[in-house]
Design a binder for this molecule. Sequence first.
Ligand code: IMP
Length: 200
Amino acid sequence: MTEGRHRLLVGSANPGKLREYREILSGLDLELVTPTDLDPVPPEPAEDAASFAENAIAKARAYAAASGLQTIADDSGLEVFALRGAPGVRSRRYFGEDVSPEERNARLLALLEGVQDRSARFVCVIALATPDGHVELFDGEVHGEIAEAPRGDGGFGYDPVFVIAGDGRTMAELTAEEKHRVSHRGLAGAKLRARLAGGV
Ligand code: IMP
């Protein structure tokens, strides 16, 4: 890490998201830092708004104000048509607080047992905030359907049960690079990357 490089805080405690942002933003002249790199570690902001955008804005602003750093935060999730958009903004907690990703996927598949229309989409909104509260948004989405059974061991979260439209593989069957080319986070991240590459 070169001293004096611009520092960008990736405001997330989710190891899957942190890994993906390191990949998506690699090669930019930026030092990426995470909340646990900071002393004191900023508290994890609440995530109780009704939309991805509002949650992303609230998280990015809270982390930026607490750290004094330019910050990105992403709010993302899976919307299943037959469940009227659930798990949606509550994707992390919908099946309970201390439920493993495998168990969440099993519960989602159980909910959809016998359901014909399994269409779904992943949504990601990234907020880029300055410590004084200025915010810009970048978004992305990917369409697909919920698989009959989990497949693949890449990615994280709901990736093993999300079949990409027009591809047939689950998100967890892609390499990281392939995932970023098609995923909600990869598409939103490409817009963010272009913005950051143009000067921070
Ligand atoms: P949050 O944005 O921290 O509320 O959490 C988003 C949740 O949505 C994650 O914990 C996952 O359950 C799910 N999610 C978001 N993005 C992805 C993804 O790229 N793959 C699989 N699951 C995801």
